[in-house]
Design a protein around this ligand. Structure first.
Ligand code: ADP
Ligand code: MG
Ligand code: MG
Length: 886
């Protein structure tokens, strides 16, 4: 097997084999850019090492051969006492795992070659000893697990002895002394002397990089980022170049565009007389990259030139790491850079303008999650507000409220109409009520898959987790941060996108992107680059997509908003809210009806109210299809809770009041009590058990459609029967409905479709039969997931999903993103067998998944006709539908 590749042998497409860093170093080498020579040991070698615990056969020989070639090319030998070749040993996996794995610089230095290095650098003792102390420090820490603080303390001590804070003030003698101290630290912790043999240093460093793949923090990071555990890392061995040779040397990082906003310009930091890790370690203050123009114009111009070339070549924003050694520029790393959601859209638009990519590619480079981020309201920050802490942006949004420390208190204050922020060290399932009541959740512990983070995302609630500067004291009802105390009732603001925490109430404002979707910001007129880019890419997505996008809406107002957001109809109009409020009383009468007359009277009273609801919706959706679901939830949801009612009745009886009516109600509630209401009398079952209920709804829909049409409008109602599991259920409802429709519609020209939800697994598996009676299917993916997995949707998220996520049983809640293998299979079967029985059968989806990016791609693949989602997700679904079609 070939385990080692010279930089000249690789290219950017070999990331699986050479890791991101290695593949891009090879690419730059082949572009003729100034990359220090070197070679890459493959991820395959790492996998073999991790599997067997030793280097695979042949690896040592191949390294030897490449090292010799490198030595010949450089005219120096590794660690040679007179003129040493030094190398860095750098990790680099397929996916960037920032700071997770290690790099060792200056490999090849020892007690003798340090002198040769100084000679070669013009008797620069300071430089040579500085490089040597760095090697011992990095090697000790990474390869031999010597606690890093010990080296840092020693360095601080040396600076203190010298009366300085700046390591540049340490001279050659100080650094030589520091090397002695470092060696002692090394020996104390490892029980051996610092290895003097250059090749041994190299081999141990390579092995350490292999092993760093399985360091605890790397494992955690991979789990969070869903990076497969078996990829392994590549190892890059790179000839050292020196940014610490004096004031005419230095090192820096740069972006080809602003990764925050996407704006063009020069973005980077530079640090003179320093070696690599100093920039990120923040030991000394960097200067803006523009300063380099003054310090070294030639290198600066060359750098800008190279950045432009890299952008042209990668056709994207690149970030780079470089070093200048005595006026000579070296490129040490590049990759397509990470960016914010706003920058992603802006840059994609710019690259189209520059002719580097086409609109399909631009669409490919942005995604629905980014668009969703751009739609959250945001804080209007000015200088007045400064973050006091920063955690993980676990669930986006901008929330302000009074601080509370217990779930109970959150519920209490929320009931008074206050907005609250629940602050906990970490939440647990007992906090659920408080989380629901709170505007936002702030924890001092836990990452992206902590209980708080998972549950908050599921609820669409703002959450900052793991803000560890905050010391939470629940019994004392306060937290401390940066010397300040925040007590219960004090107001804080949290930003679930950036993870920042502010004291006081930061005002919020709708984002520009929402203003654009709302129609209050004209994309042709604005000079807002983001809005223009979003408009352009959305327009292209609409042109490309095959899936239609509808919305879930049950009021005229929601329907109107969704239309502005681009909805092409209603995929789910729930009718149950139409039974609440002052209509509850009518529903009670219906449920309690003892005689036929009482029941028909109650239904007759409900009919005109329902009809008016539908009239409004049909008007708003003029000409677009509206799928109305007949009543679905168990009827007892419309009645008072059993316990409360029982207490009321008992109290009233005690007082000797007349409670005949209440007693009847109580008896009904008792009669209808179910252990598992979600598996009980609901959906089509209600329609079959309570005579006249569905008939009333069907009549209201048909009459509303006729009324709107008579007024010159167009109504396209689609009646949807919920919870069907057998074709006979649907046939029974349909027969009755068709009679009513025929009678109401007459010759008005109105057409009413009758279809069903597919949300019971049995319906999916008998879809061929059901399609005989259904003019359309709409997948109710919430219930299909609930019944497919046997997970009670209302209980499981807070109870144990966090644990399932931690264990990797699933990567994301199946209620959030469709489970392709299981629930998805049911959908596939139903789609295929349904269409086989009835060609052209209209297929849609109306669960929460309709607005989830990954699920939208799945629905496209399965060949559905439309997805339906909440009004706010409509733009996201449009974008992803477009992306799935390219
Ligand atoms: P990371 O993946 O954490 O960025 P790198 O392998 O890129 O780690 O190394 C960190 C820094 O070390 C680089 O940015 C660079 O400044 C410095 N470095 C690495 N290799 C060399 C080298 N051969 N010569 C000079 N500096 C180097
Ligand atoms: Mg790097
Ligand atoms: Mg359902």
């Amino acid at each position: 097997d070939k385990y080692v590749y010279d930089f000249a042998e690789g290219n950017k497409d070999l990331k699986d084999l050479l890791g991101g860093k290695g593949a891009n170093l090879a690419e730059m080498t082949n572009l003729g850019l100034p990359v220090p020579p070197g070679f890459t040991i493959t991820t395959g070698a790492c996998q073999a090492y991790l599997a067997t615990g030793r280097e695979p056969d042949g690896l040592a020989g191949q390294i030897e051969a490449h090292l010799e070639a490198l030595e010949r090319a450089m005219g120096r030998r590794l660690g040679d006492p007179q003129d040493p070749l030094l190398v860095s040993v750098r990790s680099g996996a397929r996916f960037s795992m920032p700071g997770m794995m290690e790099t060792v610089l200056n490999v090849g230095l020892n007690d003798r070659s340090v002198v040769g290095l100084s000679d070669q650098a013009g008797q620069n003792d300071r430089f040579a000893w500085d490089s040597y102390r760095r090697l011992i420090q990095m090697f000790g820490k990474t390869v031999c697990e010597v606690p890093g603080e010990e080296f840092e303390h020693a360095l601080d001590e040396a600076k203190r002895a010298k009366g300085t804070h700046d390591d540049l003030d340490l001279d050659a003698d100080d650094l030589r002394g520091l090397v002695e101290t470092y060696k002692k630290i090394f020996a104390k912790h490892t029980g051996r002397e610092f290895p003097q043999e250059p090749r041994e240093q190299l081999d141990l460093a390579i092995r350490a990089v292999f092993e760093s793949w399985n360091a605890e923090r790397a494992i955690l990071y991979r789990r969070q980022e869903r990076i497969p555990a078996d990829l392994g890392t590549a190892v890059n061995v790179v000839t050292m170049v020196f940014g610490n040779l004096g004031p005419d040397s230095g090192t820096g990082v740069a972006f080809t565009r602003d990764p925050g906003s996407g704006a063009q310009g020069i973005y980077g930091d530079y640090l003179a007389n320093a070696q690599g890790e100093d920039v990120v370690a923040g030991i000394r203050n960097t200067v803006p990259l523009q300063e380099l123009e003054r310090l070294d114009k030639t290198s600066y111009d060359q750098l800008l030139d190279i950045m432009a070339r890299l952008e042209g070549h990668y056709q994207d924003l690149c970030d780079i790491e470089f070093t200048i050694e005595r006026g000579k520029l070296w490129m040490l790393q590049t990759r397509v850079g990470k960016r914010t959601a706003a920058a992603a859209f802006v840059i994609a638009g710019q690259l189209v303008d520059e002719g580097l990519i086409d609109l399909d590619e631009a669409l490919h480079r942005v995604n629905g999650a980014q668009l969703a981020q751009l739609m959250f309201p945001r804080f209007q920050l000015d200088h007045e507000f400064e973050a006091v802490a920063r955690g993980i942006g676990a669930s986006p949004g901008a929330a302000s409220g009074a601080v509370v420390f217990t779930s109970a208190r959150a519920v209490e204050l929320a009931a008074e109409g206050k907005s609250v922020i629940l602050v906990r060290r970490e939440t647990n399932p007992d906090d659920l009520n408080g989380m629901i009541a709170a505007q936002g959740i702030l924890t001092s512990r836990g990452g992206k898959t902590s209980h708080a983070a998972v549950v908050a995302r599921g609820m669409g609630k703002t959450c900052v987790s793991g803000a560890d500067e905050i010391e939470v004291n629940v019994p004392a009802k306060r937290f401390n941060v940066g010397g300040r105390t925040v007590s219960e009732g004090d107001v804080v603001s949290i930003d679930g996108t950036t993870g920042k925490v502010y004291l006081g109430e930061v005002p919020v404002t709708p984002s520009e992107v929402v203003q654009y979707f709302e129609g209050s910001l004209d994309p042709e007129r604005t000079d807002d680059a983001l809005v223009r880019a979003v408009h352009r890419i959305m327009t292209h997505a609409d042109a490309r997509r095959r899936l239609a996008v509808r919305t879930n809406a049950d009021t005229g107002a929601d329907a109107a908003r969704a239309r502005r957001f681009g909805a092409e109809g209603i995929g789910l109009c729930r009718t149950e809210h139409m039974f609440l409020g002052d209509r509850r009383e009518l529903v009670e009468r219906l449920i309690l009806a003892a005689t036929e007359t009482e029941r028909t009277d109650a239904l007759a009273a409900l009919l005109p109210l329902q009809r008016q609801d539908f009239v409004e919706i049909f008007r708003e959706m003029a000409g677009l299809p509206v799928t109305v679901r007949l009543i679905d939830p168990p009827l007892h949801e419309f009645l008072p809770p059993l316990e409360q009612l029982a207490v009321n009745v008992a109290v009233a009886q005690e007082r000797g009041e007349d409670v005949a009516k209440e007693e009847a109600l109580l008896a009904a509630v008792r009669r209808m009590h179910e252990e598992n209401p979600m598996l009980g009398l609901r959906g089509v079952r209600l329609g079959l058990v309570i005579p006249g209920l569905f008939a009333m709804q069907v009549r209201a829909i048909a009459e509303a459609a006729v009324a709107v049409t008579r007024d010159g409008g167009t109504a396209c109602p689609e009646i949807m029967v919920p919870l069907v599991g057998a074709v006979q259920e649907l046939e029974t409802v349909r027969a009755e409905a068709e009679k009513i429709i025929a009678e109401v519609v007459g010759d008005s020209g109105v057409e009413v479709l009758i279809g069903t939800m597919i949300e019971v697994p049995r319906a999916a598996l008998t879809a061929g039969q059901i399609a005989e009676a259904a003019q359309f299917f709409s997948f109710g993916t919430n219930d299909l997931t609930q019944m497919g997995w046997g997970f009670s949707r209302d209980d499981v998220e807070g109870a144990f999903f966090w644990r399932y996520l931690e264990l990797g049983i699933f990567g994301i809640s199946p209620f959030e993103s469709i489970d392709r293998d299981g629930v998805g299979r049911l959908i596939r079967i139903a789609a295929e067998e349904g269409r086989a029985a009835r060609p052209g059968l209209k297929l849609g989806v109306c669960g929460e998944h309709g607005g989830d990016p990954d699920s939208v791609h799945f629905f496209h693949e399965v060949g559905l006709d439309y997805v339906s989602c909440s009004p706010f997700r409509v733009p996201v679904a449009r974008l992803e539908a477009g992306r799935s079609a390219i």
